[in-house]
Design a protein around this ligand. Structure first.
Ligand SMILES: Nc1ccn([C@@H]2O[C@H](COP(=O)(O)OP(=O)(O)OP(=O)(O)O)[C@@H](O)[C@H]2O)c(=O)n1
Ligand SMILES: C[C@](O)(CO)[C@H](O)COP(=O)(O)O
Length: 253
């Protein structure tokens, strides 16, 4: 693993150290996987660096996360050779540090990011909030709502959205059934778990899981569902960029 120059180096002082981690509350950290290629997005390069509202998508994401005062620091995971953060201006607030340890899957990037976070001084019993670089419309108040709901929970949880539409099951391009949606949610991020528990769960579950909650579920846990916002969508397809830009413009007015 190589460490790219941090855009705001994490030192013990900057990370708001505690005298003895066993005697005080666990700290909270952000982890932003930023090593995807955005293959569904139609963008020329990795979608997280596409410019929206005057700056790269990931900088909007980091601005919102860094505004969460309870975060001790934010670990960003980029691909080997990614130089974007060498010239990026760090957001105000929680310190951001970057590791070029992206994996071939999102789960791999998160697992490597957890190791980087532990190397930076985080403890296994600390909380980590994993948040997609591609969810650039997250707000500090969404994140604080998740923290408030999960900080005293035994397992942790995630932001998620109840299904707004009727849910259909498909077979051969036609409706095979209408599925009861009363107990269905769309998983978002951040997803908040203890660093050690998440690390063990991801190792057990393997690379195929598409979110942190799935890894915890794999080891028999039931993460808490916390109501998110429809605006916290993941920029995935070509048409999502214009929608995200419109929301950012509306917020700026
Ligand atoms: N190997 C990977 C794959 C994804 N991600 C990150 O995980 C987040 C959510 O993933 P997704 O939207 O699926 O991003 P991509 O994998 O980049 O998109 P696609 O699946 O369309 O290629 C993104 O911030 C992405 O950068 C990552 O860090 N490492
Ligand atoms: C983690 C996630 O954002 C939850 O909705 C999502 O699963 C990641 O995206 P992917 O397309 O499944 O990789």
């Amino acid at each position: 693993m190589t460490q790219t120059p941090p855009i705001s180096p994490l030192s013990p002082a900057e990370a708001r150290p505690v005298p003895s981690h066993s005697a005080v509350s666990p700290r909270l950290w952000g982890l932003v996987p930023c090593a995807g290629t955005g293959s569904r997005s139609g963008a020329a390069g990795p979608k997280q660096y596409a410019v929206l509202g005057g700056q790269a998508m990931v900088l909007h994401t980091l601005q919102a996360m860094a505004a969460v005062e309870r975060l001790a620091g934010i670990q960003v995971v980029v691909s080997a050779g990614d130089t974007f953060f060498e010239s990026a201006v760090p957001p105000r607030g929680a310190p951001v540090f970057v590791a070029a340890c992206g994996g071939s899957t999102r789960a791999g990037s998160v697992l490597n990011g957890l190791s980087a976070l532990l190397e930076q001084g985080a403890q296994a019993q600390d909380w980590v909030l994993v948040h997609d670089a591609a969810r650039c419309l997250i707000t500090a108040s969404d994140v604080n709502r998740l923290i408030d709901a999960c900080q005293h929970d035994a397992v942790g949880g995630l932001l998620a959205l109840k299904l707004p539409d009727t849910l259909k099951q498909e077979q051969g391009g036609r409706v095979a059934a209408t599925v009861d949606r009363s107990d269905k949610w769309l998983a978002q991020t951040p997803q908040m778990f203890r660093i050690g528990a998440l690390q063990a769960a991801l190792r057990a579950a393997g690379d195929a899981v598409t979110d942190e909650a799935s890894a915890l579920e794999f080891v028999g846990q039931s993460p808490k569902l916390v109501e998110g916002s429809a605006q916290n969508f993941k920029v995935t397809y070509p048409q999502d960029f214009a929608l995200a830009a419109a929301v950012l413009a509306a917020r700026a007015r």
